[in-house]
Design a protein around this ligand. Structure first.
Ligand code: FAD
Length: 324
């Protein structure tokens, strides 16, 4: 996080309080901030609690976001937070370690003790990229060890590229990466592609190199190539790899939110199976890019505000009836 961001994003100096919010958003990446923007503009009382470790932090630039292509990822969030402040959204830098049902709504516990109470909670906590345990891999992640060619393929176009296989699906990644360079090596590593996949790779002009990979060679602050266990070394400018995506979803699963295939499920608006608990962005969708995470965060907020309006109307009608 750069200096300007830290300055802008410090806790606001006031004491944490337990006053009730309409919505507490846990996670202040593109998904969470976007939901909070819409809710703040809908005159809802909103707090965003963010641990400030966005997934794309290792990358110098963010791509594919219309009108913001090439912006440093931290700058996008900085701009977003400044927008939220205009609408009175409270921004807190902290980790939420527990969300519990309260009566009514939910109690959101921040690490260290303070808690916020809220009618609804939005979880936008993202995911963790679990990389193969090879020297050089984590060190160069987001720079020249890459995952998404839509994010960074253009920047390494026409250069010697590698795809490190971690699973049979890596074949698809290699076929895709070939779109950006005609010099792509598929490092089979622990994967034995089928005859059909070998034919597809060869037909698309992707070279297969068999054998276990030992390390990503790094020198003078950049990736130099891929070294195999048998001593061979192939110079490459960048290597693509498919990480294992691990959602930061313990807050949701602890509340009993339904899952399928290891991921918390939501309806198209972002409702989980637990009333009042919503989720958006990478925590429920590993394919969400920054622009789509922002989009689903916004559409979640429209649905959530509509639900709050219904609750407010029900309460008002009940109040009128009691008055009669
Ligand atoms: C190296 C790399 C480069 C990328 N480049 C691009 C790109 O160029 N273009 C693009 O569109 N996409 C890119 N992506 C994908 C992009 O990172 C995601 O699409 C985006 O971050 C998803 O937004 P999100 O809000 O769901 O999650 P995040 O941005 O990860 O935000 C989640 C936030 O929640 C916080 N959090 C987590 N747990 C807690 C908790 N318990 N309490 C409080 N806060 C919590 C985290 O600290 C984090 O700040 C890239 C990904 C990687 C890994």
């Amino acid at each position: 996080m750069n200096e300007a961001t830290t300055k802008q994003y410090e806790n606001d100096g006031s004491q944490y309080d337990d006053s009730e919010y309409d919505v507490v958003v846990v996670g202040g990446g593109a998904a969470g901030l976007s939901a909070a923007l819409v809710l703040g503009r809908a005159r809802r009382r909103v707090a965003v609690v963010d641990a400030a470790e966005p997934r794309n932090a290792p990358a110098a630039h963010m791509h594919g976001y219309l009108s913001r292509d090439g912006l440093p990822p931290a700058t996008l969030l900085e701009l977003g937070r400044a927008e939220l402040e205009r609408y009175g959204v409270r921004l807190l830098t902290a980790r939420v370690d527990d969300v519990r049902p309260a009566d009514p709504g939910y109690a959101v516990h921040l690490a260290g003790g303070p808690q916020l109470t809220t009618r609804h909670v939005v979880v936008a906590t993202g995911l963790r990229d679990e990389l193969p345990d090879l020297p050089g891999m984590r060190e160069r992640w987001g720079m020249d060890v890459l995952h998404c060619p839509y994010c960074h393929g253009w920047e390494v176009r026409d250069q010697p590229l590698g795809v490190l296989a971690t699973r049979p699906g890596s074949v698809h990644q290699a076929l895709l990466v070939r779109q950006w360079s005609d010099d792509v090596v598929f490092f089979a590593n622990t994967v034995d592609p089928s005859v059909e996949d070998r034919e597809r790779l060869a037909a698309r002009g992707v070279r297969i190199v068999e054998g276990a990979v030992e390390r990503i060679a790094v020198a003078d602050g950049r990736l130099r190539g891929v070294e195999l266990a048998d001593g061979r070394a192939l110079p490459r400018a960048a290597v693509f790899v498919a990480p294992r995506f691990v959602p930061h979803d313990t807050l949701l699963t602890a509340l009993g939110c339904a899952t399928a295939d290891g991921w918390v499920t939501t309806d198209p608006a972002g409702r989980t199976s637990v009333p009042g608990v919503w989720a958006t962005g990478n925590v429920v969708d590993p394919r969400a890019q920054v622009i789509t995470a922002a989009g689903t965060g916004a559409s979640l907020a429209f649905a959530l505000n509509a639900e709050l309006v219904e609750e407010d109307v029900r309460a008002a009608v009940a109040g009128v009836r009691v008055g009669v």
